[in-house]
Design a binder for this molecule. Sequence first.
Ligand code: FBP
Length: 333
Amino acid sequence: MNDVAVSLSQHLRAVAAPTGDLALVLGQLAVAGKLVARELARAALSGRLGTTGGINVQGEVVKKLDLWANDVMVQALEASHLVCGMVSEEMDEPLHLPDRCAQAKYVVCFDPVDGSSNLDVNGVVGTIFSIRPKQGRGADHLKADAMQPGSAQVAAGYIMYGPSTMLVCAAGRGVDAFTLEPTIGEFIRSHEKIQIPSRGHIYSVNEARAPVWQPGILRFVDYLRAPDQATGRPYTARYVGSMVADLHRTLLEGGVFLYPAEAGEDGKSSGKLRLQYEAAPMAFVVEQAGGKASTGSERILDIHPTSPHQRVPVVIGSRDDVALAEEFVAGRH
Ligand code: FBP
């Protein structure tokens, strides 16, 4: 442990001054994270693994823990009295809390359990969150507030449920990570002002989808795999299948994580990952750590969403690696 243990709440008091409202909302997200971590640790014993049998608005099979964690997030954010709207992967429509509107300051978009395909195999999963300021009043404004571009975020991050539970957060003054100290139930700062290396040696992508990748991405990944000592190639490959886990490694060690656009009938022409509660919050974190986050041709934080569950292609990570990917997508390399 660091010689001076800095707790999350202490850190948030400093970064989220003067009102402390943002600190309160982030504190509630931390509480939700602790509850989800506890439930994950015993889900195989408490019968919470497996599916509900339902299909969500994305057409995906819903896991019991997806819904359970969604309820925990909603309750924790409601209890802050500072959130008047929520967008979640597990809720078809944005949730509006009219009775909170008067004093509320924020709209929160979140993915309660990211990497759900890892849940039943005891793999690493995460929770992703994105906080935008409330601009207007009433239900009509909620949609507009929830549709603000990523550049409007005031804070974003994720909670990773791995060998340790870690909360990684950016609130405008760099990126810090907090590890849950289970014996005291407190998030303690373990990584301060994280800076992503400008270039890495790892690429992370589901290569089984290569046949439907757009040509520029195919050539880029081929380039990374080609041996050339002078340019530090070949890169090696790592893919957990949970964006939180793959992004966290990329943040600490550098390199590039991709979920590109795809061609063809069943191809995911806009990629798979959702802008408001997967791509934009991760882009906010990575840019605050000195990295770059693109669709392959456009800065993710500049995209104005047209729907709460909109998907975007994702190329994110070390500045030089992502810039190179954009060169390949543009056909300049
Ligand atoms: P969920 O939020 O439904 O889990 O979907 C997102 C995700 O699991 C990401 O975490 C991950 O990067 C990607 O989908 C994996 O997709 P694929 O299985 O197609 O590689």
